[in-house]
Ligand binder design. Structure first.
Ligand SMILES: O=C[C@H](O)[C@@H](O)[C@@H](O)[C@H](O)C(=O)O
Length: 477
């Protein structure tokens, strides 16, 4: 019987072990999508204790604690940090076979050298040891990122954000490249007219333009898009139930915007037209700059209205939706491709039933401009565990080109989540190792090793063009 979480964790074959230890593990990390807070990186934050760095903001853990009968007081409420950690420790044994069980113990091992299982009995010891270490310079946020060989990370940022912390980091010479991502969801969130109009005022202030017409909105977004590019941004991102691809005319969109600005709500048809127009506008801006556009599709969000009122969005009340994806996505991508304005694109589906749909959809729009132009994103959110990752890798292998995949991202809110890349790399190497052992792939370690290194690092380095950021910054300096 293999020991739990040993050096060869998830690596069932000799080939897998070689591929992981000799090829995957040494690769730096390019974490091109996460929700880390740039001010905490710029300020090189020293977290007070393990609860603050590990539990606050992690709605994966929050859901597990709730499922385990823990009251909200000990999750997002006013219990002490120790009380919250104790409740998490009590919950961990009940997460076995959930990825949290692996991540929790992998993170204790990799960051704190703790191999003891976390549970009620070990909670105090582990809390004290981790919290004491977190007070030392080796556990400041910047030290933690360097410890995990992070080379580049992209945070998630609103067009109205000042990006002051990204600028400060670039000026500080911090070895890890910390770049923004242009996440314009709020710029098309017309479902709530009141909050949308308030946001438009905020966006207008940031862009130094009064936003009365749709043309003004475009001006404001273009100014912010240009500003994000000047700070090194190379990606955009969207979180949507599905793509919007209704037919529209500029006049219809302009009229809808006037209606919104007057405080009027759009009809469902006007709503879909407006969102379709916004997606095209934003996609064209991405194409003009050679950025990569990301679409996170299929989440059924904020299911618990009581808790949405109490805690707000992204607090653990979302789940996998069953929205039809294919037709609108095809129409949208074709609309851009027809104009030769389709940027590099990564599509993440939250419903695994859409895996094959996305894996085949991306094959419709590779135009020869760049290898792997159209990407099927890594297992996302409820799918970023062994089973979900294997399904995504197998669908991509069966219907696309696995060796052209830009690989994993943490998508996390915690600075202790970087072992997710290790987890993915182990899953990848194990799949390839199994194929070699079964005679389904040649035991060509040069070919397989290069493939592993490209998926873990090389493809992302080439595809996103972050090095161009350095060149641009040097030129503009
Ligand atoms: O893994 C979970 C994800 O980070 C989830 O929190 C995000 O997808 C977020 O809701 C977003 O819209 O970007």
């Amino acid at each position: 019987m293999k020991p739990f979480l040993s050096a060869d964790f998830l690596l069932k074959t000799a080939t897998a072990r070689t591929l992981y230890h000799e090829y995957a593990k040494p690769m730096p990390i390019i974490d091109y999508h996460n929700h880390l807070l740039p001010d905490q990186i710029a300020g090189d934050k020293q977290f007070e204790n393990i609860t603050q760095i590990w539990l606050s903001g992690d709605h994966y853990k929050w859901r597990a604690m709730r499922a385990n009968g823990v009251s909200e007081r000990y999750i997002t409420g006013d219990a002490s940090d120790w009380e919250k950690f104790e409740k998490w420790a009590e919950t961990v044994p009940y997460t076995l076979r959930n990825p949290l069980y692996h991540w929790t113990h992998l993170e204790l091992q990799r960051y704190f050298g703790i191999t003891e299982l976390l549970n009620k009995d070990s909670a105090r010891r582990i809390y004290d040891e981790c919290s004491a270490k977190l007070q030392t310079p080796e556990y400041s946020v910047q030290s933690l990122l360097k410890k995990m060989q992070v080379e580049t990370l992209c945070t998630t940022d609103d067009p109205a954000d000042s990006l002051e912390h990204h600028q400060a980091l670039a000026a500080s010479g911090f070895e890890v490249r910390v770049l923004p991502t242009f996440r314009a969801d709020k710029a098309m969130a017309v479902d709530d007219v009141t909050s949308y109009n308030a946001y438009l005022d905020e966006l207008g202030t940031a862009a130094a333009v009064g936003i009365s017409t749709f043309a003004d909105l475009e001006t404001a977004l273009r100014r912010r898009h240009d500003f994000f590019a000047s700070v090194g941004c190379r990606l955009s991102d969207h979180g949507l139930e599905h793509i919007y691809a209704a037919e529209y005319t500029p006049a219809e969109v302009a009229a809808s915007f006037r209606k919104i600005r007057g405080g009027g709500a759009l009809t469902p048809a006007e709503n879909h037209q407006f969102k379709a127009a916004m997606l095209v506008l934003l996609a064209e801006m991405d194409w003009e700059k050679g950025w990569t556009q990301q679409y996170h599709l299929g989440a059924l969000r904020n299911n618990n209205s009581r808790m949405l009122r109490e805690l707000g969005p992204d607090t653990g009340w979302d789940s996998i939706g069953d929205f039809p994806q294919g037709r609108a996505l095809s129409t949208f991508l074709d609309r851009l491709d027809r104009q030769d304005k389709l940027a590099k694109t990564i599509i993440y589906n939250l419903n695994p039933a859409d895996n094959d749909l996305i894996a085949t959809m991306i094959g419709n729009f590779n135009d020869g401009s760049v290898a792997g132009k159209m990407q099927f994103g890594s297992g996302w959110w409820f799918l970023d565990q062994k089973d979900g990752m294997e399904k995504q890798l197998n669908a991509l292998s069966n219907m696309g080109l696995l060796p052209r995949f830009v690989g994993m991202l943490t998508d996390s809110r915690s600075f202790l989540s970087y072992p997710r890349h290790e987890y993915f790399r182990r899953v990848l190497c194990n799949l390839l190792g199994n194929d070699v052992e079964n005679g389904e792939l040649p035991a060509d370690m040069e070919l397989l090793g290069r493939t592993v290194q490209n998926i873990c690092y090389g493809n992302a380095k080439e595809y996103f063009g972050f090095d161009k950021v350095a060149e641009t910054a040097a030129v503009s300096a």
